[in-house]
Design a protein around this ligand. Sequence first.
Ligand SMILES: *Cc1c(COP(=O)(O)O)cnc(C)c1O
Length: 499
Amino acid sequence: MVISMFYQSTRGQIADVTGAAAIAGGLARDGGLFVPDAFPLLPPGAVETLASMRYDGRAVRIMSPFLDDFDAGELSDFARAAYCPGGFDDAGAAPVRRLTGGDFFLELWHGPTCAFKDMALQIMPRLMTAAMQKTGDTRGVCVLVATSGDTGKAALEGFRGVPRTKIMVFYPRDGVSSVQKLQMTTQEGDNVNVVAVEGNFDDAQTGVKRIFADDGFCERLASRGLFLSSANSINWGRLLPQIVYYASAYCDLVSGGHISRGERVNFCVPTGNFGNILAGYYAKKMGLPIGKLICASNRNDVLTQFINTGVYDRNREFFPTISPSMDILVSSNLERLLYELSDRDGTAVSAYMDTLARDGVYTVGERARELISAGFACGSCSDGEARRTIADTFERYGYLLDPHTAVAYNVLARYRERTGDAAPAVVVSTASPYKFCDSVLDALGRVPDAAGADLVGALVEVSGVPAPEPIAALKDGRERFTRSVPLGGMLRAVEEFCG
Ligand SMILES: *Cc1c(COP(=O)(O)O)cnc(C)c1O
């Protein structure tokens, strides 16, 4: 096997790493993130070829040039198992719905946990175990996740039953929606564990980071042939599968007769850690005719400010919102964009990251700003505006939006008014509205007199829109994980589970 695709670190100290080593390693040893040496251009006729395939076939075509140390049969098996009709309730896995005129929604929530994290986390554990085999790593993995809601459940489903793997998820006890909580506490599988933390998401995240940095604990694990790993979106194995749905959506628009081949399409993405929208940027680098990538923020609009001014400033107030998966002040995947904006200069990226760590702020240069405004647009939206968008969209079209997707649709409308850019646009829809029944009912003007799984029934009644099967089934689920620990108790919980 001739390998021609290698990876390097955004901080410039590590290079020539294979795809398998990048995925097995997660973070590069210099603290940077792995990026491929090049973005292979889609061959002529790719859109027609891909359009004739199922989603799993599209995934193999897009991913294999990046992973030429995996053989095609292997990738086909993984993609088929990941995106099969049993796991996804739509034959297309990631269908595009036309709402009106040039407004399209790319529904990324037809997987087992009803959020877009499934698109990557259904295949990433398979890539990771294969990557470990290729690199000769025979250890067992203990995956630790701190979650604000969606990642935890998607990681539990993705890693459940994976050999030589255990997964433990910490969520903020009072910081996730009722449905998200039930999804996690009823999780099935023998290698899984879920614990509530008495604190907010940042506390849980800090606790997990502290465990990763605990050398004594890591040595004890190592002596038992185990190591800690994370499932967050800095791993290349999570980013790569996300490029697929941009290409898939474009093919569906062409084959549905909505656009002509080569016509530019804008994508509007509700953004938190910058993983989703970065995958769109990579798809564009591969030659997909994407016009603007519109970055949508909620009230925590640090990215909007960055795109508008070139200043990234995390020294600002944090606001909990009804779109909690976007309540982020440090978007870790932005480092990969910075790398491209600084013409792949690892020294420049290191300098930005050092300044960010020291002062909480950095400013990019003029050339980077020009590149940003050529490729990106942005906007932010308050909770009140997102609620109004949910209500309006439902009233006019009978289509229910979750609060994250509502932020994006609101930002798209205002982008169009401001710029006059009427190009067809795809709103990337990141969660089923049923994951956030409380907020959606509230937006529709209903004060629910229900709680827990009964909220699902209440929203079905109000909207007439059926709930996805995995969420409808929660009312019959058995709660298996009811433990909650103070911050100081997290390490012991991990020791008990992994020991
Ligand atoms: C994770 C998530 C986001 C943010 O995605 P990033 O890749 O972190 O930018 C947006 N919406 C929902 C529903 C999510 O779960």
